[in-house]
Ligand binder design. Structure first.
Ligand code: SAH
Length: 249
């Protein structure tokens, strides 16, 4: 299960934080680090902070976009220094680690960490199934990003070690009833958008707002592969019907 966990750092400015995050991961038995457009990488300062976790840094996967780093994941948690009033469920680290364990038997899961100054954008949070907030003093809620990585990796280790058998039990699920991956959902969103254009659903309404709400719905619902297939069948039928109607006119 440790091997199914990705730690994703978005747009990190300070290489020292990347090194410290790599060390925090290795201490807890995790090794799959993803760096989305890091400001500087690889540099000495990161290696000097990583100390014995230099292998985690060397093997880190560098991507241009968050979507690339999350490609193939079945469950994604975004971290937030704030308790936002938004449509995402907000978990405490222990709860989040339990969900990571449960989903990791079906495929890769990821925890995403934001920029030092500005955190994650709404667009990035929309790619997540839930948010995790480390409860802090309300007077100063923002941890150093590598410290936040440490807290989550610790909870993941505890969750994975405590209840591995229960999680493995869930692998008996039929393949089609397993969670759809991020790229399967992305394909579905594109199809849905095209279908809604075709049936002229958007007239007078803002497509972006509607798509954002729908994505949030599917992220919360933990859509399965079978459900994606059913929905895409419906979208195709709606598109087909539309052209049949046009033909009749
Ligand atoms: N001003 C930014 C703070 C970013 S802190 C904001 O409000 O979003 C940099 C990163 O560290 C965050 O994106 C998150 O990944 C992590 N982090 C910091 N404090 C956290 C907390 N209390 N809970 C969860 N993650 C936290």
């Amino acid at each position: 299960m440790f091997e199914n966990t990705r730690i994703v750092l978005v747009n990190t400015s300070h290489p020292g934080n990347i090194g410290a995050a790599a060390r925090a991961m290795k201490n807890m038995g995790l090794s799959r680090l993803y760096l989305v457009a890091p400001k500087q990488h690889p540099v000495y300062e990161a290696y000097s902070r990583a100390v014995g976790a230099d292998d985690v840094l060397t093997n880190a996967v560098v991507t241009d976009t968050l979507a690339d780093a999350l490609n193939g994941c079945v469950w994604v948690a975004g971290t937030s220094a704030r308790e936002r009033m938004v449509q995402w469920p907000i978990y405490e680290p222990r709860e989040c680690a339990g969900l990571c364990r449960d989903h990791s038997v079906q495929g890769d899961i990821a925890i995403v960490f934001g920029r030092e100054r500005t955190g994650l954008t709404n667009e990035e949070l929309e790619m997540c199934n839930g948010l995790v907030h480390i409860p802090t003093s309300p007077e100063y809620s923002s941890l150093n990003v590598a410290a936040a990585v440490q807290v989550l990796c610790y909870e993941i280790r505890m969750a994975f070690m405590s209840d591995a058998d229960a999680a493995v039990e869930k692998t008996r699920t039929h393949k089609e009833d397993m969670a759809a991956t991020t790229d399967q959902l992305e394909g579905m969103y594109q199809h849905m958008y095209q279908m809604m254009q075709d049936i002229q659903f958007f007239s007078g309404s803002n497509p972006e707002v509607i798509m954002r709400r729908l994505k949030s719905l599917f992220n919360r619902a933990q859509t399965t592969k079978r459900e994606v297939a059913i929905l895409r069948g419906i979208f195709s039928a709606a598109q087909g019907k539309k052209s049949a109607r046009v033909n009749k006119l």
